[in-house]
Design a protein around this ligand. Structure first.
Ligand code: ADP
Ligand code: MG
Length: 239
């Protein structure tokens, strides 16, 4: 990005139904990885490929990536004044249906789908009629990201620090929202700093990203070790 190489060779395989956690110090490239996977236009991929169900994602636009089942929950969700939250969700939902050759759902039927997910996340009705993320608190924005995910049921969800800025009750709600999607078919790439989130959404693999490279991969116990010894302590062991 802007002439600087951020990611310096990432090799990662995520199978159907797996949960991968990416942890790493600030500035290591975690959000860059999420943005590259979702096709952020500011980032140029200089080599390599990203294979998703046999397609190279890098050949697809951001919209096409969404239609094939990629979802990204932003670290800093964008406020979109003037865009009604419920309509935004319905249009995204219907775009997916049309792409699959199915019929769109009408607003009334969609409201049932939306209501169920909002109840699950403990979101009040007023968040339907408000503009998308406009004036939402940090925690409300993060819940709204998970609401989008729950509605779209993506094949691969890339969640960038969805737990940061949430109080303990909200973390539990968000974690149960994520867990409700897990049925062995949906995969998650979860960027997080907190072992608390990983206690609730147990990852199959934990990767440590440093300076644009994955420097260590382990299972859930690696996150516990990180909590105890910090990034430096864990990495020194490898050198
Ligand atoms: P993390 O999410 O791990 O904290 P980021 O992926 O946000 O890290 O950033 C990694 C590095 O890339 C940082 O040094 C950051 O300043 C730099 N970077 C990211 N985006 C840009 C950009 N648009 N322009 C310049 N530098 C960027
Ligand atoms: Mg980040």
């Amino acid at each position: 990005v802007e002439g600087t190489e951020i990611l310096k060779g990432i090799s990662l395989t995520i199978k159907k139904g797996e949960i991968h956690a990416v942890m790493g110090p600030n500035g290591s490239g975690k959000s860059t990885l999420a943005k590259v996977l979702s096709g952020h236009p500011a980032y140029e991929v200089t080599s390599g490929e990203v294979l998703f169900q046999g397609k190279n994602l890098l050949d697809l636009t951001t919209e096409e990536r969404s239609l094939v089942g990629i979802f990204m929950g932003f670290q800093y969700p964008v406020e979109i004044p003037g865009v009604n939250n419920a309509e935004f969700l319905r249009m995204a939902y219907n775009a997916r249906l049309l792409n699959e050759g199915k019929d769109e759902v009408d607003p009334l039927d969609f409201d049932d789908i939306l209501q169920e997910k909002m109840d699950m996340l403990g979101m009040e009705d007023k968040y339907k009629e408000r503009s998308c993320n406009d004036g939402f608190s940090g925690g409300e924005k993060k819940k709204n990201e998970i609401l989008q995910m729950a509605i779209l049921k993506p094949v691969l969800s890339v969640l960038d620090e969805t737990d940061s800025g949430l109080d303990i009750d909200a973390i539990k709600t968000v974690a149960s929202g994520i867990n409700s999607l897990l049925d062995g078919k949906h995969s998650i790439l979860m960027i997080t700093h907190y072992d608390r989130m990983l206690e609730l959404v147990k990852p199959d693999f934990v990767h440590i990203l440093r300076d644009g490279r994955i420097v260590k991969t382990g299972d859930y116990t690696l996150a516990l070790q990180l909590e105890k010894d910090g990034f430096k302590g864990v990495e020194d062991e490898t050198h």
